[in-house]
Ligand binder design. Structure first.
Ligand SMILES: NC(=O)c1ccc[n+]([C@@H]2O[C@H](COP(=O)([O-])OP(=O)(O)OC[C@H]3O[C@@H](n4cnc5c(N)ncnc54)[C@H](OP(=O)(O)O)[C@@H]3O)[C@@H](O)[C@H]2O)c1
Length: 251
């Protein structure tokens, strides 16, 4: 079934990197946007820039820390009301620090799990309440190729957080299968943003290339998409079956 144009889109983590990039792409497509993050100065500047270049669209913004579930539950319905409904929610806010487990960095790893799992969960609750009431909508979860296998050092907690996101997305999808609600999980490989400064891996693409691929994948609304498809779909398939010592060598 062809899907409708998703006119009203909420993006979390829109103050930089992929979230900001997606906002720019969707604005160029004439979509109305609700943009949230903690750095509201950056959201305000982005809003002004988007409206200057695309005066026909609506852009609303709000400061939001996704670690605070009460704030998520309060801010999201307010933005949805301002937009007059919601057609797509992109669960994008995330952090990527971390350290080998058992090396005295528990707080850093816990922060990653908190934001990427509990923060994402809070966003899904808020988004799905809106979509269930409407009987329609597109939920997008920004996971990572790092979720495909357990990974060491800085990526252990991060990969685990994104694996949880994959399961969360699939469970929600199972719940609403056959309804007007779609769920897409996107798994980007390395795209150059602030999250991976100093620890970019193989096949890193620049922000423009990555955001183009990400936006195109989201617009197709598949169940799951590797971004960019080449090389990350075959690489992910390979990672799934490689023995752990081989995975360890390449990640
Ligand atoms: N770049 C990659 O290679 C790559 C690969 C796979 C997956 N991803 C995923 O893509 C998503 C976006 O990351 P990015 O690469 O664009 O990195 P980024 O430039 O660091 O952006 C992260 C965004 O998340 C927001 N954020 C972080 N913690 C937040 C919180 N507690 N509450 C609200 N917003 C929060 C940040 O906004 P504020 O600081 O203003 O709140 C920022 O806008 C993340 O989920 C990341 O895991 C990225």
């Amino acid at each position: 079934m062809p899907h409708p144009v998703r006119q009203r889109i909420l993006i979390t983590g829109a103050s930089s990197g992929l979230g900001e990039g997606m906002a720019r792409r969707f604005a160029a497509l004439g979509r109305d946007l609700a943009l949230v993050a903690r750095r509201t100065d950056r959201l305000d500047a982005l809003r002004a820039d988007l409206l200057e270049h695309h005066p026909g669209i609506r852009v609303v913004t709000a400061g939001l820390d996704v670690d605070d579930p009460d704030a998520v539950a309060r801010v999201v319905p307010g933005l949805v009301e301002e937009l007059g409904g919601l057609d797509r929610f992109v669960v994008n806010a995330g952090i990527g620090k971390g350290a080998s487990v058992g090396t005295g960095q528990a707080a850093v790893n816990r922060a990653v799990l908190h934001t990427n799992v509990l923060g994402a969960h809070a966003q899904c609750e808020a988004a799905m309440e809106v979509f269930r009431a409407q009987g329609s909508g597109h939920l997008v979860l920004v996971s990572s190729v790092a979720s495909v296998r357990g990974m060491r050092q800085t990526r252990t907690a991060y990969g685990a957080s994104k694996a949880a996101l994959n399961a969360l997305g699939e469970g929600i999808r199972s719940d609403v299968l056959g309804t007007g609600i779609r769920v897409t999980t996107v798994l980007p490989g390395y795209i150059a943003t602030d999250i991976n400064v100093g620890r970019r891996g193989p096949f890193t693409v620049d922000l423009d290339t990555g955001v183009d691929a990400l936006t195109a994948a989201i617009e197709r609304e598949p169940v799951r998409a590797y971004v960019p498809t080449w090389p990350w779909r075959p690489v992910s398939a390979l990672l799934r079956v490689l023995p752990l010592p081989a995975v360890r060598r390449v990640t």
